[in-house]
Design a protein around this ligand. Structure first.
Ligand SMILES: [Zn+2]
Length: 500
């Protein structure tokens, strides 16, 4: 039995090696690669992806998993959990036949190309045509994978295991019921001045400050590094090498600062996963929603809090004395928390953000179920933006062409962003209860106690618990939107309704 388990670990770690190679090629493509390298890089990535898929769906691995599963009683709890999750993933992978995988891959390339063209010409016609075929293919995928209640559940299970439409619907119903009204009241208040945020901030100085922030959060530079890329991301090449990227905009200081904090939050999670479980489920993040809870907890609950800036604002002023000398901490704090609807999801404040997700969730769920067709998409999109954000969508680029997800065939991804914020609020509330000195520490520039708490409660467990069980263990209850709502009300009541 032990021999079989060791062989299983060996195979999974080989898959992880190949995935790390893919990640490295992908990181290089975004950070360093010359433009002319694109074609050969695409080929190399496809080759490695093929090898990895071959190994992770091999007969040998299947037989091993069956044997280990049958004699699960001879395994310890951790080993049994690894086998159970690997087997579930194996069986799912085996449902994809080669024909489907190839059609999917080709359609993604085509859709991506049409999406890029559409963004250049600001015309979505050709993109919508290929998106229509993508939706057909996704409906086929849902059937292939199987589901009990809603076809969207089949797709959701890939990113957020064990989370279903039956759980998401009530969550987003609360967003509609509570958050929409609260934000509407805020919008009636005088807008907060944040013109000073759009001054010139030298990007090399921003860069230095972002490194200080990462260090301050506890990101380990001996096991990682930061680089620049057009779209910030975090990537893992194995324990000991977890990298982040950020982006620079001279006229918008906020962009790099909170990109670095956000990706830093993702990276701290990866750096805290147990290295000895490399390649195994227990060495991986619990779910995308939990991953996002870590980035958003640092970005918003910590990184947009007054306590945090009580320490950091002085350092920021030292970096930008000309721009910020006359701006008080109070002005700065209000400016970085200004609530204002925007057409672009990634430029949204932390409250309107969930309206962007709500719109996408409603649309993609209906597309997969077949109750909405792609031809109706631009009109429905415009209607919803009018309804939830009070904005007219002026063109395709600021409408359905703003996100890359659907072009990549990623339906079901968006809800994990909101889940992340809601989990973050619930976890942070718990941390505040369990760590009475937390606020004082943050105000003194120390995040160590928080990081230790996150490591203990979340990071070290990998996938030992499902997202929902993890939440239950940490907070004593399932995901509850009210924590986010209370966080939002307390913070923004003070900023908008009690502020002098
Ligand atoms: Zn993220």
């Amino acid at each position: 039995m032990t021999k079989k388990y060791q062989r299983y670990v060996h195979l999974l770690q080989k898959v992880a090696d190949l995935e790390a190679v893919q990640a490295l090629l992908g990181w290089d493509q975004e950070v360093n690669m010359p433009e002319a390298g694109a074609a050969s890089r695409a080929r190399q990535l496809a080759t490695v992806a093929g090898l990895s898929h071959e190994l992770s769906t091999s007969e040998e691995l299947g037989d091993l998993l069956d044997a280990l599963h049958a004699r699960g009683d001879q395994l310890g709890t951790a080993e049994r959990r690894n086998v159970e999750l690997s087997r579930r993933e194996y069986l799912r992978q085996r449902r994809y036949n080669r024909d489907f995988v190839e059609r999917h891959s080709r359609l993604c390339s085509e859709a991506y190309e049409k999406w890029l063209q559409g963004r250049t010409t600001n015309d979505s016609t050709a993109y919508l045509e290929v998106l229509d075929r993508m939706v057909q293919l996704k409906r086929e995928e849902a059937e292939l994978l199987g589901y009990t209640d809603h076809p969207y559940d089949a797709l959701l299970d890939l990113f957020e295991p064990e989370t279903t439409v039956a759980e998401l619907d009530p969550l987003f119903a609360e967003v509609r019921k509570k958050l929409v009204g609260f934000v509407a009241r805020i919008r009636e208040q005088a807008p907060i001045d944040q013109a000073f945020m759009q001054q010139k901030f030298a990007t090399d100085v921003q860069w230095d400050f972002s490194l200080l922030l990462l260090r301050g959060m506890g990101y380990d530079f001996a096991a990682g590094r930061q680089d620049l890329s057009p779209h910030p991301f975090t990537t893992t090449f194995g324990p000991g090498d977890i990298r982040v990227t950020t982006r620079a905009e001279e006229n918008n200081f906020a962009n790099m600062c909170w990109s670095s904090i956000h990706e830093g939050g993702h990276a701290l999670y990866e750096q805290g996963l147990p290295a000895k479980a490399y390649g195994l489920p227990l060495g991986k993040a619990a779910s995308l929603g939990i991953h996002e809870s870590q980035s958003r907890l640092w970005e918003n609950n910590v990184g947009r809090s007054k306590r945090f800036w009580e320490y950091w604002y002085l350092r920021l002023q030292e970096h930008f004395p000309r721009q910020l000398a006359r701006i008080s901490l109070h002005q700065f704090y209000r400016a970085i928390n200004r609530i204002e609807p925007s057409l672009i999801r990634t430029e949204s404040d932390e409250l309107h953000y969930h309206f962007h997700i709500l719109i996408r969730y409603e649309i993609e769920k209906q597309l997969i179920a077949g109750s909405l067709e792609v031809a109706q998409l631009p009109e429905v999109w415009a209607d919803r933006y009018r309804e939830y954000l009070g904005l007219e969508v002026p063109d395709a680029r600021r409408g359905i062409l703003q996100d890359i997800h659907w072009a990549y065939g990623s339906f079901r991804y968006f809800p994990t962003y909101s889940l992340g914020s809601f989990y973050a609020a619930q976890f942070f509330h718990r941390a505040q209860q369990e760590l009475p000195q937390l606020e004082r520490n943050l105000a003194a520039g120390s995040t160590g106690t928080l990081l230790v708490w996150l490591r203990e409660k979340i990071h070290r467990h990998g996938q030992h618990y499902s997202a929902s069980d993890l939440c239950q263990r940490i907070t004593g209850e399932k995901l509850n939107f009210q924590y986010f709502m209370s966080y939002a009300e307390k913070k923004y009541d003070e900023i908008y309704f009690k502020s002098l």
